[in-house]
Design a protein around this ligand. Structure first.
Ligand code: NAD
Ligand code: UGA
Length: 438
């Protein structure tokens, strides 16, 4: 089957590779010529090694290609997946301009085709967007009727960066929202080889499932941070407490890891968008407001721990390890490293930073701080260190690296290090939510 994904980002490329692996002929259409060039060379425009390996195989086999001709690729496809970005505006509302532009391109394609094509909305959009923004653009631009001349579905994406391919091939569930029975049924058939729970809904419910999921994940993280902030003040290690609480199947063990707050391209954006959407319908979500406020103050909790040990930060050399929004990716969208570094600089610290993959992206954002070429170089002569992203390789840091610090104080902002290992290496360990019995 021929299909196209519009938007060669995380979601578009993971979707494209997944369908390519299932044997379909995939075109990835993007307005960004450099992305298209990169995909056609078998290279991802971001760091996601397992996805890149499969992408390269499909490109070599002629099963997947990229193009800047969005209209032509839509014309030639039976399924058209809309996967463009929906970033936050300053109000928290999503910016639907990319969705509108992509919908206009699809409408042009629909106008000149006589076959029944199915447009699948995969971008995260607030309830009613597919129905009240995408559908009218498609109908007006094509002169055709949704449900009669073409199909329209909403199929939210739940992948995590760092495991994009695995999450696409083995999703926890597939949600298919549609208004007409035919397109929902055909999309379900397309997903038949993926064995997981499949839920059929209307368009708005499918949109709301995505916001419910991300808001709940964000709630869990902020709740864990709230408990952790209390534990550290009570002289209790929150790790054990949260682990024991998470054993209750009604609570669950995942997404209860305290840290410097949640970043990334989606959790902050989606919680703000849902809050804004609720406000537009005269509902004030106190829960979403509170969890965002907790998230905003978490980087300061890391700085507070550092100050509790080394005092005034003026003129002190502080090493920041990890700049990506989490370990294992090079994505810096909404990374907590920005408020963290900003706060350290405001306190007069001399910041030196390192990240295994995200440094190139971060330098563009904060060009004036110092950067090191390795974690060891970053730690050398530092008065203190804060771990901001949970890269696996930071766990291997030991005496060799910590002994090079002027003052071996390590604030574990992601609870990813082993306190005993750090202390055996001669460094002082302080972690978010790590309180030792007094
Ligand atoms: P991204 O920014 O990585 O990629 C979007 C791509 O769309 C870009 O390459 C851009 O050039 C292209 N684009 C923009 N306008 C276009 C147009 N008119 N025609 C063709 N291409 C166009 O975005 P992403 O991270 O893949 O996210 C896409 C959507 O999926 C968002 O709504 C996001 O909230 C949602 N989502 C993202 C993730 C994730 O892990 N990144 C997971 C689940 C859902
Ligand atoms: C998140 C969701 O997990 C995906 O299901 C969703 O599809 C995606 O957003 C999306 O809609 O884009 P992702 O952005 O890749 O995926 O990142 P997560 O792994 O969820 O981490 C987000 C942030 O929360 C990171 O900063 C991470 O460090 C932090 N986090 C995560 C914690 O602080 N504690 C935890 O226990 C888990």
């Amino acid at each position: 089957m021929k299909m196209c994904v519009i938007g060669a980002g995380y979601v578009g490329l993971a979707t494209g590779v997944m369908f390519g692996k299932l044997g379909h002929e995939v075109t990835c259409a993007d307005i960004d010529g450099s992305r298209v060039k990169s995909v056609n060379a078998g290279k991802l425009p971001f760091y996601e090694p397992p996805l890149e390996k499969e992408l390269a195989k499909l490109v070599r086999a002629g099963k997947l290609r990229a193009t800047t001709d969005v209209v032509k690729s839509a014309k030639e496809s039976k399924f058209i997946f809309l996967c463009v970005q929906t970033p936050s505006l300053p109000s928290g509302r999503i910016d639907v301009r990319p969705v509108k532009a992509a919908s206009r391109s699809i409408a042009k394609a629909l106008k000149s085709c006589s076959d029944f094509k199915i447009v699948v909305m995969k971008s995260t959009v607030v309830p009613s967007t597919t129905d009240s923004i995408v559908k009218p653009i498609l109908e007006a631009g094509s002169g055709k009727v949704a449900g009669k001349d073409f199909g329209l579905c909403m199929n939210p994406e739940f992948l995590q960066e760092g495991s994009a391919l695995k999450d696409s091939m083995e999703p926890s569930r597939i949600v298919v929202g549609s208004t007409d029975k035919r397109s929902g049924k055909e999309l379900m058939r397309l997903y038949a080889p993926i064995k997981t729970d499949k839920i059929r809904t209307d368009l708005r419910s499918a949109e709301m499932v995505k916001y419910t999921s991300n808001s709940f994940l964000a709630t869990k993280i902020s709740f864990a941070n709230e408990i952790a902030n209390m534990c550290v003040r009570f002289g209790i290690d929150s790790e054990l407490v949260l682990k024991a609480a998470g054993k209750d199947p009604r609570i669950g063990p995942l997404f209860l890891k305290p840290g410097l707050g949640f970043g990334g391209s989606c959790l902050p954006k989606d919680v703000k968008a849902l809050k804004d959407k609720a406000r537009s319908e005269d509902y004030n979500s106190r829960l979403l407001t509170a969890l965002l406020a907790i998230n905003e103050s978490q980087p300061a909790e890391g700085v507070r721990l550092l100050e509790s040990e080394i005092g005034d930060l003026r003129g002190k050399r502080i090493a920041v390890l990890g700049l990506a929004f989490k370990g294992g990716v090079d994505d810096i969208r909404e990374t907590r490293a920005v408020p963290l570094v900003t706060s350290l600089l405001a306190k007069g610290a001399n910041v030196v930073a390192f990240d295994p993959m995200a440094m190139g992206n971060f330098i563009k954002l904060m060009p004036t701080i110092n950067y090191a070429s390795s974690a060891a170089e970053c730690l050398k002569d530092a008065d203190g260190c804060i771990v901001q992203a949970d890269w696996a390789k930071f766990k291997k840091l030991g005496k060799k690296e910590f002994s090079k610090m002027k003052n071996a104080v390590v604030v574990d902002g992601r609870r990813c290090l082993d306190p005993e290992v750090v202390e055996r290496a001669g460094a002082k360990y302080l972690g978010i939510g790590y309180g030792k019995p007094r």
